[in-house]
Write a protein that binds this ligand. Structure first.
Ligand code: FES
Ligand code: FES
Length: 160
C-alpha cells in the first residue's frame, strides 16, 4: 500500500514492538506517538525543547520528542513511559514517584520518570549532584523538585 500524498512510512520499534508509522516527514515524533499510536503518556509542555515533558528514550538516549521529525525515527528503538511497566508491575522509579508524592499535575511526570530511568542506567548509584544534573532538562511547576529527587533516591534504595 502506498503512502498518502506527502506522507512517508517510517519503520521503527516502539516499546519493543515493530511498527510502521505513516506521517509527514516533518511531523513531530511527539504527535505521531500520541495521535498515531495513542501513547498519550508522552506529554507536551513547551513544544520547544525546553521542558522535557515530551521525553522518550531513543536507542537508550533521553530525547525531547517535540524536536524530532518522525523521519529521523527510521530504524530507531523508541521507549515511552508506557514501555516501562512489566504487565501490571510498575518500574521502581514509577513506584517511588507514587510513594514519595513526586507527581501532582503529572504533566512532567512521564518525562521525569524516563530521565530518572536513563540516569540510573548510566549511573546506578547517583549522588545528589548526579540526580540534579540528570533531571536538569525536565521542568516541574508543581512539586518543587524535592519529592522527585527523593523518589529517585528511593528507587535506588529499592533496587538494592
Ligand atoms: S514539550 Fe518537548 S521539551 Fe517541552
Ligand atoms: S507534577 Fe505538575 S509539572 Fe510536575
Amino acid at each position: 500500500m502506498s503512502d498518502a500524498p506527502g506522507k512517508i512510512s517510517v519503520r521503527c520499534a516502539v516499546n519493543g514492538e515493530e511498527v510502521t508509522l505513516h506521517a509527514h516527514p516533518f511531523a513531530r515524533l511527539l504527535d505521531v506517538l500520541r495521535e498515531g499510536l495513542r501513547l498519550t503518556g508522552t506529554k507536551e509542555g513547551c513544544g520547544e525543547g525546553e521542558c522535557g515533558a515530551c521525553s522518550v528514550l531513543i536507542g537508550g538516549e533521553l530525547v525531547n520528542s517535540c524536536l524530532v521529525p518522525v523521519a529521523q525515527a527510521e530504524g530507531a528503538e523508541i521507549m515511552t513511559v508506557e514501555g516501562l511497566t512489566d504487565g501490571e508491575r510498575l518500574h521502581a522509579v514509577q513506584r517511588a514517584m507514587i510513594e514519595c508524592g513526586g507527581a501532582q499535575c503529572g504533566i512532567c511526570t512521564p518525562g521525569m520518570v524516563l530521565a530518572a530511568v536513563s540516569l540510573l542506567q548510566r549511573t546506578p548509584q547517583p549522588t545528589e549532584a548526579d540526580i540534579r544534573e540528570g533531571l536538569a532538562g525536565n521542568l516541574c511547576r508543581c512539586t518543587g523538585y524535592m519529592k522527585i529527587f527523593e523518589a529517585v533516591v528511593k528507587a535506588v534504595d529499592s533496587s538494592q
